[in-house]
Structures are given as structure tokens and as C-alpha cells.
Design a protein around this ligand. Structure first.
Ligand code: NAD
Length: 274
């Protein structure tokens, strides 16, 4: 995705709102597209990132006016504790939104047979980094939020349907979506909304870790009703809706932004039984 390709409506929908974006690794990250859209609507942001990505992340954040950076390994309680303390100090203990765009499974768990290749340790790792991390981040962010607060996470259709090679990550995404509903129930009485965006396949570092990831994009383009790739800007637009006051009254949802791919039962090329 090149800068000139991104069309970002500018405005004031996020003016006066500040929040945390977790999961920018590089220019192609879905979190980067979301952050760019939030910045274009006046949001103030902190970025969390894994240490190894620092050199890439900071220039991207600086271009968007990011106010605060802090390393956070979601697999470590100490790291998460320190990160949210630092965010609280940077924003005087008040934030309005949280973007969670983080997932990881071992590469050898995202290929071939799910039942044969999934180890106890690999299962625990995928669920920890990709699902529990949202529960943990939500618990740490919620005390800094008031009514109107909003949190989102990123999920994929592999939670609902069997997608070749997606394997343990599909199970993790199912846990993530169920967690979204439980968090929404708990935080709803405080006026905080919690939702998930189920994005279609997009060319990112994460997708490269899935065996056959490219064909997930190709099939999306071929079989989706819109016959196009999922646009990062479309995901970012949905994030803007959910994180701004436009999203009022919507919570606990999993919203598909995938050119309609999830509605297809039988792909067109198979019509007529050929
Ligand atoms: P990405 O690789 O750019 O982002 C994944 C992020 O997770 C990276 O920033 C990485 O540093 C971070 N991460 C991994 N382990 C971590 C850890 N222990 N602590 C902290 N951060 C860690 O790829 P992406 O596609 O933008 O992924 C963002 C989210 O979107 C993921 O949840 C992914 O599953 C989801 N998603 C992606 C697609 C797609 O096709 N790319 C589709 C649907 C959903």
C-alpha cells in the first residue's frame, strides 16, 4: 500500500479523543491504516509495538503526529503493566479508545493438518498472544475510559469457517470474538463499547506467515460479491465509525469488512456443478 493510494477523509470526528493503537509493525499493518484514518480525523494517539519494530514504527507514527511510544510485549505481564502505566502518565490517566491489532502463532502451526500439527504449547501461545492479549489490554485500558470509550480488535473469518492452513489461528480468533462479547457485557454499563472487525485477507507481515496466504487474497478477489481485494481503507473506515461517536449503540459485534466474502456459500465458478 503506497501513501498515494490511501484516500482518507479528513475531519473532526476524533477531535479531542486520545487513545492507544497496538500492532503497527510496518507500513502495511492494518493498525497503520487505522491510525492514519484516526489521525486524519484529529485523534491523539500512543503507539505500542514490539521492541524489534521500533525503528520502523517511530517514523510512521511521527508522520501521523503520534504523541507517545512504548514497547509492549503482550505475552508479558510486566511489559504490559509498564506500557499501560506509561500511557496513563502520558495522557493524564484518560483515554477514549483502544485499537488491538495483534496476533501470532508459530509458523509450523499455520500449515497442513490442524489435528496433526497443533501442539499443546503452540495452541497456548496462539491463544495467549492473539486472544488473551485483548482481554488483558481491555482490563488495563478500561479504568482510563469514561462513557463514550470504545475498543476494537481485528479478527478473521477463520473463526467461523474452516480456512485451509489458518488452523490454530482460527481457534484463537473464535476465542477473541467470544472475548469481545464478554468484555462488551462487562464494560457496557460504564458506557464503553467493544467490537471486532472481521477483515478480509490483506497483504501484511501476518498474512505472510500463513502457508498459502497469497491465495487467500486471490480467492477473496475472485469469489467475493464485490470482486475486489479488501481495502485497508475500508477496514480503517469501519474502525473510525466504531471508535467515534458515530458508533454509538453498537457493541459486542463482529463486523465483516471483506468485500462480502463471508456471505458466499458456493463460489460462482462452481455454478452448474462443473
Ligand atoms: P501485522 O503483522 O502488520 O500486525 C501484527 C502485529 O502483531 C505486529 O505489529 C506484531 O508486532 C504484533 N505482535 C505479534 N506478537 C506480539 C507480541 N507478543 N506483543 C506485541 N505485539 C505483537 O499484520 P496485520 O495483518 O496488520 O495484523 C493485525 C491484526 O489483523 C491481527 O490480529 C490479524 O490476525 C488481523 N487480521 C489480519 C488479516 C490479514 O489478512 N492481514 C485479516 C483479518 C484479520
Amino acid at each position: 500500500m503506497a501513501d498515494e493510494d490511501i484516500i482518507l477523509p479528513k475531519g473532526d470526528l476524533m477531535k479531542g479523543k486520545r487513545g492507544v493503537v497496538m500492532g503497527v509493525a510496518n507500513h502495511n499493518s492494518i493498525a497503520h491504516a487505522i491510525a492514519a484514518q484516526l489521525a486524519a480525523q484529529g485523534a491523539e494517539m500512543a503507539f505500542t509495538y514490539i521492541e524489534a519494530m521500533e525503528k520502523r514504527v517511530k517514523p510512521l507514527g511521527d508522520a501521523l503526529g503520534v504523541k507517545h511510544y512504548v514497547a509492549a510485549d503482550v505475552g508479558s505481564d510486566d511489559s504490559m503493566e509498564a506500557a499501560f502505566k506509561s500511557i496513563g502518565e502520558a495522557f493524564d490517566g484518560r483515554i477514549d479508545f483502544l485499537v488491538h491489532a495483534i496476533a501470532h502463532a508459530e509458523r509450523d502451526h499455520m500449515q497442513g493438518s490442524f489435528v496433526e500439527n497443533t501442539t499443546r504449547a503452540g495452541f497456548a501461545h496462539a491463544l495467549d498472544i492473539s486472544a488473551y492479549s485483548f482481554v488483558d489490554a481491555a482490563r488495563r485500558a478500561a479504568p482510563m475510559m469514561g462513557p463514550g470509550g470504545s475498543m476494537i480488535t481485528l479478527t478473521y473469518l477463520g473463526s467461523e469457517r474452516v480456512i485451509p492452513n489458518y488452523n490454530v489461528m482460527g481457534v484463537a480468533k473464535a476465542a477473541l470474538e467470544a472475548s469481545t462479547r464478554y468484555i462488551a457485557r462487562d464494560l457496557g454499563p460504564k458506557g464503553i463499547r467493544v467490537n471486532a472487525i472481521s477483515a478480509g485477507a490483506i497483504r501484511t507481515l501476518s498474512l505472510a506467515g500463513i502457508s498459502g496466504g497469497r491465495s487467500m487474497i486471490g480467492r477473496g478477489r475472485q469469489w467475493s460479491p464485490l470482486r475486489e481485494d479488501t481495502a485497508p481503507e475500508g477496514v480503517a473506515g469501519c474502525a473510525l465509525w466504531l471508535l467515534s461517536d458515530l458508533g454509538r449503540s453498537t457493541t459486542g459485534e463482529v463486523i465483516h469488512v471483506d468485500a462480502g466474502f463471508h456471505i458466499v456459500g458456493l463460489p460462482d465458478e462452481m455454478e452448474g456443478g462443473s
